[in-house]
Ligand binder design. Structure first.
Ligand code: NAP
Length: 316
């Protein structure tokens, strides 16, 4: 089974399925990347904030020097966490060195909310445990990221966790348009309006947490579990597929890219086997009707920043 490629607005190609790496531990992510390469994955979603770029870079270096893949077959994504325009290049170079590649395929602004770093490079928290924000405008950050494209260090740039108004502002000034907006998408948080708004402007949505992040650190026992949803399960049994495969195919059939995380070769293979079936339009609609605007990360991560002017979730 081979990967399907999406064409970005700048003409470059991005594999529609990628491997997520948030929460993949440094001592397991290297093997995960190497297994993923053997299975056929070529798109890897990484971030400064995942604190495992070095180990991912080591694994990529190994598969490249073994000749298992060529650099141009890979699509490597990383993300800028701290938005200060003066330190965009310095922050980028940190990720770039850890990933050990000659260029990065896609560099994203991780969040429109400017967050502050603590002395270890982690997110600074106040005495209540909430992340400390700043007052930087992501437009200034974006302009610095464009220079990385001009210099050939990055092939494409984009954003993550932006709403349509924030994207509109970027489109108003961009020399290099954002090729993607990476956002949480799954049947309980379908984001239909934003996905369609982006499609009309040739911005591909990359769906993160397609299983609503089963291993999110703040999961509670009584949280909904998409893999057990009756509608998802019944569609899966009609296609002789697993609920996980239906959740991924849902994103694919919306014309989006999707980046499930796994460190388990069996599950990575299962997640890869989604290009030999298709959901009917009725099935897509019935999955969309499950929407309940349930964000897996709202309370733990985003809520403390809800008063920031760039909090992205008050708009679609
Ligand atoms: N831009 C952002 O702000 C942002 C935010 C969140 C996530 N992301 C990106 O999106 C990626 C995916 O999202 P996520 O990590 O939140 O969660 P996810 O992909 O929705 O779920 C990952 C969980 O599902 C399990 N899993 C994977 N395949 C499975 C299968 N076939 N059947 C059953 N369980 C399965 C994984 O366990 P095993 O590993 O044990 O298989 C893990 O516990 C991230 O890793 C990251 O790269 C980006």
């Amino acid at each position: 089974m081979s990967l399907r490629l999406l064409t970005l607005s700048n003409g470059r190609k991005m594999p529609q399925l990628g491997l997520g790496t948030w929460k993949s531990k440094p001592d397991e992510v290297g093997n995960a990347v190497k297994s993923a390469i053997d299975i056929g994955y070529r798109h890897f979603d990484t971030a400064y904030a995942y604190f495992n770029e070095k180990e991912i870079g080591d694994a990529l270096k190994e598969v490249l020097s073994d000749g298992k893949v060529k650099r141009e077959e890979l699509f490597i994504v990383t993300k800028l966490l701290y938005l200060s325009p003066e330190s965009v290049r310095k922050n980028f170079m940190e990720s770039y060195k850890k990933l050990q590649l000659d260029y990065i395929d896609l560099y994203l602004i991780h969040t429109p909310i400017p967050l502050q770093a603590d002395e270890t490079g982690g997110l600074k928290k106040d005495e209540t445990g909430a992340y400390v924000t700043d007052d930087i405008d992501y437009l200034d950050t974006y302009k610095e990221m464009e220079k990385l494209v001009d210099d050939g260090l990055v092939k494409s740039i984009g954003v993550s966790n932006f709403n349509h108004k924030q994207l509109e502002r970027i489109l108003g000034v961009a020399k290099h348009k954002p090729v993607t907006n990476q956002i949480e998408v799954h049947p309980y948080f379908t984001r239909t309006k934003l996905i369609n708004w982006c499609l009309e402007r040739n911005i591909i949505t990359t769906c993160y947490s397609p299983f609503a992040s089963l291993d999110r650190p703040w999961a509670k026992d009584d949280d909904p579990n998409l893999l057990k949803d009756q509608v998802v399960k019944s569609i899966a049994s009609k296609h002789n597929k697993t609920p996980a495969q239906v959740l991924l195919r849902f994103c694919i059939d919306l014309g989006c890219a999707v980046i499930p995380k796994s460190v388990n070769p069996g599950r990575m293979k299962e997640n890869f086997e989604i290009f030999n079936f298709k959901l009917t339009p009725e099935e897509v609609t019935s999955i969309q009707s499950l929407n309940r605007n349930w964000m897996m990360s709202v309370d733990a991560f985003w809520h403390p920043a809800r008063n920031h002017p760039f909090y992205p979730f008050n708009e679609f």
